[in-house]
Design a protein around this ligand. Sequence first.
Ligand code: NI
Length: 170
Amino acid sequence: MSIIKIIKYGNPILTKRAEEIINIDKYIEKLAQNMVHTMYAAPGIGLSAPQVNQSKRLITIDLSVGEKSRNLIILINPELISQEGEIVSEEGCLSIPDINEKVARPSRVVVKGVDLKDHEKIYEAEGPLARALCHEIDHLNGKLFIDRLSSLKRNIVKKKLKKWIQEGKI
Ligand code: NI
């Protein structure tokens, strides 16, 4: 396993719709393993393939940071089947360092996808897991959490990020 460099804000791959995975082959298995390794090393609670420069519909999530047992989700071609409610809570992203903002997300979601064995997986999630699933699926659709802020907030954040890019900080 190896750690992959995480793509940062400003790279066009983060704004592109990622491609469906047709065959779960050795390449995808390896990519998933490396993403898990990269996510834990960061450390982060979620990662999407575009963030490691692969335009593929693949996400990894593990909310059990600092806990003894890991609760890893690897999901291929995830789809948001249904959503309800709304919760506003702070969010960050490994591709957007040092920015945390409150984002509205559904309080409950149903997400369907397949695992590495091509077995169908359905997650009925709420709270932080619902948030993480929405955040990572957004990545696959070329959407970042800052895109979900009010235009006023988004413009402030984007100005800050532009400055950081010019200064070579990200
Ligand atoms: Ni993210």
